[in-house]
Design a protein around this ligand. Structure first.
Ligand code: ZN
Ligand code: ZN
Length: 417
């Protein structure tokens, strides 16, 4: 079993959702430290108040990770869910600044315990009941750590920064990392992702069509009352939320952009004999154009407020995740493709993968572009068992070594002055 596979399995067995990736962060930081990288943690790599959708249990998880034996020195920088790491390697010769980004978070899912599911059969499945690496971020992490091991030879030009970003799922961590300035001296940024429908051996040097997205939490507050004795005194938050769910799904379409809306959850505590006073909707907007997405959010906000007004309740809106559309630099993608063709384990180099998901790597790519650099989102193919975000998700581990070989070639090429 090669190093990447060992790392992947270690990360896979301890999946941690966004801003709770304490053990994962400690594992990565310790490895990078052993390899002699300069380590950035906590406020050095995140603007805390620009994080979105921070869960309520980050402090409990922090304590748990400390009790489970995480390094207190590293943990001190992560208080309050400031997870993630940046490792910097300086080459022997002067050159350009190249960055590679992996995401490190898991999903709130229960992993399959079917014997068909390899992680279960081989004993490295999730040890956490309601968390799972079901998107391949364990693999993304293992690939970039594998690259770090190669870079320890320092036999390259320039500076290479390895970003391990927290809380990609729900688009919650990218903005805070971008705004920290950690990328402001970067010439070329390579964001990677495993799978996404591409077969093992295939590399796509860029993606197109990934959607800008905004995730919202709408909290409706009304007045509770007895449903039989005095319903006229009540104001139903549930009815307002239910009406809002329908009107959000009927907001106007867009002539030039592909758009999506989805109300994914309606939470409302109560009983049959009470007019319910609180209800929460979780919803999202997506579009292949950032401005169209913003317009969609304006319309959705009006629909939510309109329903609240109609039912005499209030609606408080919170943005719990957000990312612009992913935009890739064509010249950089061409350089990546050229390097990929020289990697023997890469059997096919595609042009551009059309992807209708969203990724908050878009914040990082935009930041680099704003500072005069280039960025692209590279897909490293891997045959999949189960789709992304499914309990049976798994990927072909032979893709990990291919990813390391690819990035090793790419960053050494790009670093040359
Ligand atoms: Zn995902
Ligand atoms: Zn993912």
């Amino acid at each position: 079993m090669n190093d990447e596979v060992t790392t992947r399995r270690a990360v896979h067995s301890v999946p941690e959702p966004g801003f709770g990736e304490y053990q994962t962060t400690c594992l990565i930081a310790a490895r990078l430290g052993e390899l002699g990288a300069d380590i950035g943690l906590g406020c050095e790599i995140l603007v805390p108040e620009l994080r979105m959708g921070i869960p309520d249990d980050v402090d409990r998880r922090w304590q748990q990770a400390l009790d489970d034996g995480c390094d207190p020195e590293i943990m001190a920088a992560l208080v309050g869910g400031l997870t993630g790491v940046v490792g910097t390697f300086h080459g022997q010769r002067p050159g350009r600044v190249v960055a590679v980004r992996a995401d490190i978070d898991a999903l709130p899912l229960t992993e399959s315990d079917s014997d068909d599911h390899l992680p279960h059969r081989l004993g490295f499945a999730s040890t956490r009941p309601t968390a799972m690496h079901a998107c391949g971020h364990d693999g993304n992490t293992a690939i970039v750590l594998g690259l770090a091991r190669r870079l320890a030879d320092r036999n390259f030009a320039g500076t290479i920064k390895l970003l391990f970003q927290p809380a990609e799922e729900g688009l919650r961590g990218g903005r805070a990392m971008a705004a920290s300035g950690v990328l402001d001296d970067v010439d070329d940024l390579i964001c990677i992702h495993l799978g996404l429908g591409a077969a093992t051996g295939t590399v796509y040097p860029r993606t197109d069509g990934a959607l800008a997205s905004v995730k919202l939490r709408a909290t409706f507050t009304g007045i509770a009352a007895h449903a039989g004795l005095a319903p006229e005194r009540g104001r139903s938050a549930l009815l307002a939320a239910a009406a809002a769910a329908l009107s959000v799904h009927s907001v106007g379409q867009h002539g030039r952009a592909t758009t999506r809306v989805n109300v994914g959850a309606l939470h409302c505590p109560g009983g049959s004999n009470i007019v319910p006073a609180t209800a929460t909707l979780l919803l999202e907007a997506r579009a292949d154009d950032t401005e169209a997405c913003d317009l969609l959010v304006t319309r959705i906000t009006a629909a939510l407020q309109g329903s609240a007004t109609a039912y005499g309740v209030t609606c408080a809106l919170e943005t719990v995740g957000q990312a612009p559309a992913v935009r890739c630099d064509a010249d950089l993608a061409a350089r990546v493709a050229e390097a990929a063709r020289q990697v023997s384990s890469v059997t096919r180099v595609g042009d551009s993968l059309t992807d209708r998901a969203s990724d908050d790597a878009a914040w990082l790519l935009d930041r680099v572009r704003t500072h005069g650099g280039r960025g692209t989102y590279v897909v490293i193919g891997s045959d999949l068992a189960g789709g992304h975000h499914e309990p049976s998700f798994d990927f072909d581990e032979s893709a990990l070594r291919i990813g390391v070989d690819l990035l090793d070639r790419v960053v050494r090429t790009l670093g040359e002055p």
